[in-house]
Design a protein around this ligand. Structure first.
Ligand SMILES: Nc1ncnc2c1ncn2[C@@H]1O[C@H](COP(=O)(O)OP(=O)(O)OP(=O)(O)O)[C@@H](O)[C@H]1O
Length: 260
């Protein structure tokens, strides 16, 4: 598999603190790659650098060979690197379907003025977006909550809506920030299946940051482990599970053991 994303000697400092220190790894087209590490290891900072929500101190990120670090976040998102947050921006007073339709505007061809005046392009986009939203709703099996207000949805459904919103922007790489946080076992396993189907059936490359080790071990093709801002290991779940440096990093940390 070829690399779709290259993280090359990436560094980010906050004053005297080096939150991400000279980290390099590749993300292969179509894989699910998890980034793990104890609390404060630098995972969120790494994600923010990849999605350009933070500027780099040194090094760069390349998407299909082109440097994307230090561009503005919306430019990076339009190129196809889309980050969903723990609490993705969901309009609570809108329905599931309306939220997904709105999210499509990131890839809209019409200008804002076009929307205001109801241009032909804007009308074409609206029809396309509504059709695509229904297709995403079907794909994620959300028909039962399509017309429900987001404010009425339980946590698990909101998380799935976050993925739906991500898909609406037609991503090539989806960055998921703690997709299983706060979920019980059954909800987590449903979410694991959902993310797997996004990868398998829609060909989306997925990167995720997560603390839930059993879920990480189940879902990941490969795992990158960071500690104190540095990469300490990279490999398959089986390799990571038995890696001495990883076990040592997790011993005495607040996180659960590596899930052996
Ligand atoms: N904006 C900031 N200004 C100063 N320090 C920061 C900033 N953001 C993160 N840090 C520091 O950088 C280090 C890495 O933080 P980061 O949030 O990336 O870790 P993490 O691995 O995501 O942690 P967690 O698992 O607890 O979410 C921490 O010491 C944190 O306090």
């Amino acid at each position: 598999m070829t690399a779709i994303l290259e993280v090359d000697k990436l560094t980010r400092r906050f004053g005297g603190l080096v939150a991400v220190n000279n980290i390099s790894f590749d993300v292969k087209q179509g894989e699910i790659l998890s980034v793990i590490g104890p609390n404060g290891a630098g995972k969120s900072t790494l994600f923010k650098l990849i999605s350009s929500f933070l500027s780099t101190s040194a090094g760069e990120v390349r998407f299909k060979g082109e440097k994307v670090s230090d561009l503005s976040p919306h430019v990076v998102a339009r190129k196809g690197i889309v980050r969903t947050f723990q609490e993705t921006t969901i309009f609570r007073s809108m329905t599931t379907r309306e939220n997904i339709i709105i999210a499509h505007h990131l890839r809209s061809k019409a200008s804002m003025a076009g929307y205001f005046w109801g241009s032909a392009q804007a009308r074409r986009d609206e029809a396309t977006f509504a059709k695509s939203a229904d297709e995403i709703i079907q794909f994620l099996d959300m028909q039962g909550i399509a017309d429900e207000l987001a404010s009425n949805l339980p946590q698990g459904n909101l998380r799935a809506l976050g993925i739906a919103i991500g898909l609406a922007t037609d991503p090539e790489i989806l960055l998921l920030d703690e997709p299983f946080a706060g979920m019980n076992h059954d909800e987590t396993m449903q979410m694991v299946d959902l993310v797997r189907s996004v990868q398998r059936e829609r060909g989306v490359t997925v990167m995720l940051v997560e603390h839930d080790m059993p879920a990480v071990m189940k879902i990941s093709d490969r795992i990158v482990v960071i500690n104190f801002g540095e990469k300490i290991a990279e490999g398959t779940p089986a390799e990571i599970r038995s890696n001495d440096k990883v076990i040592e990093a997790y011993l005495g940390s607040e996180d659960d053991a590596i899930g052996i």
